[in-house]
Design a protein around this ligand. Structure first.
Ligand code: ZN
Length: 431
C-alpha cells in the first residue's frame, strides 16, 4: 500500500528528452512511499492511504527560492520608496534591533506560509536568530538550506560564525536531509578580509556551501575598486571563497572578466530581478551569464525589498526583463525559465533528486488548478506556467512525501495564529 496516490493528473516531470527539450506534459498516476516517488505510470492498481483525484490538476516539481531572508516578511512595505542607505539606516536596522527571538519564530512562519501557498517548496535563507528559523522551517515541512548571516570584524564576526557552526551541528541533515546548513558571510562590505578567509576555510572543513551577497550595488563595486583595487567578484576569488560551492545573490555589477571568473569557479547565481529593480540597483546580465554557462536560479530576497515571496512572479520577471533589456524576445524562453526555477535550482542547492518527477526521486511536487481562465486554452502549459500562472493556482503541496497544503488549507502551520501574532507584534517592532 502506498502512502499517497494522485490519480490521472497532468504531469510535467521536468525530464529532458533526447533532443534536449523538456518532456511534454502527460497524464498518469503518481504514487508516493515514504519520502520518495514510488511510481509514475498510466494506471497504478494499488491501494493508498491517501488518494487525490488529479483530473483537474497539473503536477510539477515545486519552485525554489534561491535567496531570501525569511523573517523580513515582518518588514514588508516598511520603508518603501526610500534611498537604499536611508531605508537601511532609518527603517531596517532599527526594526531589526527590536526583534526578540519569538518575533522571529512568527515572522518566519508568515514567510513560510506565503511561500508554500504560492508553490515554493525549497528556499535558501540567510539571517540571524537562526535556531528559531530552523524550528519554524522544521515545523513547516519546507525543504531549505539555512545559514547565519555573518557580519563584522574578526572579533564579533567570530561570535556569529560560532552561531553558524552551532546551526550546522544542530540542524544539518535534519528530517532525512530536508534541512541543510550553509555558511553565509553577508557581503564583502560587511565582513573583514580575515573573516571572509576564515568562514571560507570553515565551510571547506564542513564540506558545505557558501551563501553570500555579491556585487549588488554600484556603490559596492566602486568602493571595492577603491579599497582593494579590484572588483567584488575578483576579490572573493582571490580570497579563496569560490573554492567552496557558492551561491551568490544578485551579481548585478560584473565586468566581462567577472563573468568568466564565475563560470570558471562554477559559482551559482541567485538572480533577484524584482529586488534589484525595486531598490534601484540595476539589472543583472542574466542572459549573458547563461551564455557563459554560469548557473542561475531565481530569488526573491527578503519581502521588504520585493515585496512578496511569489516565485512565479520572480521567474516571469526574470524572463521578461532579459527580453526587454536586450530587445530580444528569444532571451530566457519559458522552458529555460522554468528549468532554472525548479530543476537547476534544486541541483545547485544540493537536492538534485527534488527537481525531476521520476521513480525513486524525492516526492516534492505541487498541484495546480489548471482549469483557471488564464490556463486556457491548454495549448502550451509550460508557457502558461511562466507567463500567466498565479501563485494562488497552487492547490496542494507535497514535500518529502508529506502533504503540506491540501486544497489551499495549510496542514503544518496554524495560519490563524500566525495572523494573530503578526497583528499583535507589528506595532512594537515597527514603532
Ligand atoms: Zn539578500
Amino acid at each position: 500500500m502506498y502512502d499517497i496516490l494522485v490519480r490521472q493528473a497532468t504531469i510535467l516531470s521536468m525530464e529532458t528528452t533526447p533532443d534536449g527539450s523538456l518532456r511534454k506534459p502527460f497524464i498518469a498516476d503518481i504514487a508516493v512511499e515514504g519520502q520518495r516517488i514510488a511510481a509514475i505510470e498510466p494506471n497504478i492498481n494499488c491501494e493508498a492511504r491517501k488518494v487525490i483525484e488529479g483530473q483537474d490538476y497539473l503536477v510539477m516539481p515545486g519552485l525554489v527560492n534561491m535567496h531570501t531572508h525569511l523573517p523580513m516578511s515582518y518588514l514588508r512595505s516598511y520603508g518603501d520608496d526610500l534611498p537604499l542607505q536611508k531605508w537601511l539606516e532609518t527603517r531596517v536596522y532599527p526594526a531589526e534591533d527590536r526583534w526578540q527571538a519569538e518575533d522571529i519564530l512568527w515572522a518566519t512562519q508568515l514567510a513560510l506560509w506565503e511561500m508554500i501557498e504560492s508553490g515554493t517548496t525549497c528556499c535558501n535563507d540567510m539571517y540571524f536568530f537562526v535556531d528559531e528559523i530552523a524550528q519554524a522551517v522544521d515545523q513547516s515541512g519546507l525543504r531549505a538550506v539555512l545559514s547565519r548571516g555573518i557580519v563584522g570584524d574578526w572579533q564579533d564576526g567570530n561570535e556569529r560564525l560560532a552561531e553558524n557552526i552551532a546551526l550546522y551541528q544542530n540542524w544539518h541533515g535534519a528530517d532525512h536531509g530536508r534541512i541543510q546548513v550553509a555558511f553565509a558571510p553577508h557581503a564583502i562590505y560587511t565582513c573583514s578580509e580575515m573573516l571572509l578567509r576564515k568562514i571560507s576555510e570553515i565551510a571547506q572543513k564542513y564540506q558545505t556551501m557558501l551563501h553570500i551577497h555579491l556585487a549588488e550595488t554600484k556603490q559596492e563595486f566602486d568602493d571595492c575598486r577603491k579599497k582593494h583595487g579590484t572588483t567584488p567578484t575578483a576579490y572573493l576569488a582571490e580570497l579563496g571563497c569560490f573554492d567552496n560551492p557558492t551561491i551568490a545573490a544578485h551579481a548585478v555589477w560584473l565586468t566581462e572578466e567577472d563573468e568568466n571568473i564565475l563560470a570558471q569557479y562554477g559559482v551559482k547565481i541567485a538572480h533577484c530581478p524584482r529586488s534589484n529593480l525595486k531598490l534601484g540597483n540595476g539589472m543583472a546580465k542574466s542572459y549573458e551569464l547563461l551564455q557563459k554557462n554560469v548557473g542561475l536560479g531565481f530569488g526573491t530576497d527578503g519581502a521588504c525589498s520585493n515585496n512578496d515571496l511569489n516565485l512565479f512572479l520572480e521567474m516571469r520577471q526574470g524572463s521578461l526583463l532579459a527580453k526587454g533589456r536586450l530587445y530580444n524576445p528569444l532571451a530566457i524562453p519559458a522552458e529555460q525559465a522554468l528549468t532554472m526555477a525548479t530543476r537547476d535550482a534544486f541541483s545547485y542547492l544540493g537536492f538534485p533528486q527534488a527537481g525531476v518527477l521520476q521513480k525513486g526521486n524525492l516526492a516534492d511536487f505541487i498541484l495546480l488548478d489548471c482549469k483557471q481562465p488564464h490556463f486556457l486554452p491548454p495549448y502550451d502549459l509550460i508557457s502558461h506556467l511562466v507567463y500567466s500562472a498565479q501563485g494562488s493556482d497552487v492547490q496542494s503541496v507535497i514535500i518529502n512525501g508529506k502533504i503540506i497544503m491540501e486544497k489551499r488549507e495549510m496542514k503544518t502551520l496554524d495560519t490563524e495564529r500566525i495572523r494573530f501574532e503578526c497583528y499583535n507584534r507589528f506595532p512594537r517592532i515597527l514603532a
